[in-house]
Design a protein around this ligand. Structure first.
Ligand code: RIB
Ligand code: CA
Length: 288
């Protein structure tokens, strides 16, 4: 039996961060050791409380959660003022741990999954952090999801995105383009709700998120972008990647550039199989 892979999530829950976090808790092949939060979909302290609440829901209250700095975030529209579109989980079972996110990430040496702006990742690298592997959800080769055309996480902190991609780590990059291939449609959300108690609990939040992507991007479902950054570790057989050299401009927009550092770009996902896998894993988690 292959030992479970030690992972850490740096995230800004956030609806799709929540899906990624629940999968990280459920998948037997993943060993979630640390959660850190960054200001993005909501201030980092709000995201940390959301992470503790989600870990309580998953029965994983032992996983440490360290918050980054509460920096200014754009109007909390897409994920709502609470960051979870009204999911309304019970208050966290434990207080904030007071540790600093960048310091905690610098002490971690396993596989790191970055699901928000790369502020903490860049700060941890500046402290000498070295991880076994880095997976980043960010950037867009095609259409982004901000007025500049950039993807949100890279637009929120372009300098950090440029620094992390230039650090020679050869990260795995999950761009927004991939999320457009695997939308959480009402039918997908209904399947998740029918499959487990946790699926039923989060379905209204997912439906509200899908409505946001319909309103803002004219899509028939939600772009569950962060889910793929964890799922590719759990089920790499469902994804296709290729080497690429991606440059990030001052606004966080991406383009292929032969002089840019190399990374592994995630191109395709078997969407139906992915959501069936997620439904199974949430059912496992619901049984405790
Ligand atoms: O552009 C999608 C990314 O921005 C996701 O990480 C989502 O949670 C938001 O942070
Ligand atoms: Ca996120």
């Amino acid at each position: 039996m292959t030992p479970a892979l030690p992972i850490a999530l740096d995230c800004d829950p956030g609806v799709d961060d929540a899906l990624a976090l629940l999968l990280a808790c459920a998948a037997p092949g993943l060993d979630l050791r640390l959660v850190t939060t960054v200001s993005g979909n909501a201030p980092a302290s709000v995201c940390a409380a959301n992470a503790r609440r989600l870990l309580d829901l998953a029965g994983r209250a032992e996983v440490p959660v360290s918050a980054g700095d509460d920096t200014a975030v754009p109007d909390a529209v897409v994920h709502g003022a609470d960051g979870l579109l009204g999911l309304d989980l019970p208050p966290p079972s434990r207080p904030p741990d007071g540790a600093n996110a960048a310091a905690a990430l610098a002490r971690f040496g396993g596989t790191l999954v970055a699901l928000g702006p790369l502020t903490n990742i860049a700060a941890a690298l500046a402290r000498g952090a070295r991880w076994r592997r880095l997976v980043v959800m960010g950037g867009a080769i095609g259409a982004g999801n901000t007025p500049s055309g950039a993807e949100y996480n890279f637009a929120a902190d372009p300098a950090a995105a440029r620094a992390v991609l230039a650090a020679g780590l050869r990260p795995t990059l999950v761009p927004l383009d991939l999320a457009r291939q695997a939308l959480a449609t009402p039918a997908v959300i209904d399947t998740l709700a029918r499959a487990s108690a946790i699926g039923r609990r989060i379905a209204p939040m997912l439906a509200a998120y899908a409505e946001q992507d319909r309103l803002h991007h004219g899509l028939p479902g939600a772009m569950a972008a962060d889910l793929h950054a964890v799922a590719i570790l759990d089920r790499p057989d469902l994804y296709a990647t290729r080497p690429a050299r991606i440059a990030v401009d001052e606004a966080g927009r991406c383009r292929e550039d032969p002089t840019a550092p190399i990374l592994d770009l995630v191109l395709e996902v078997k969407a139906h199989a992915l959501f069936a896998h997620l439904a199974e894993q949430l059912a496992r988690l619901s049984q405790g």
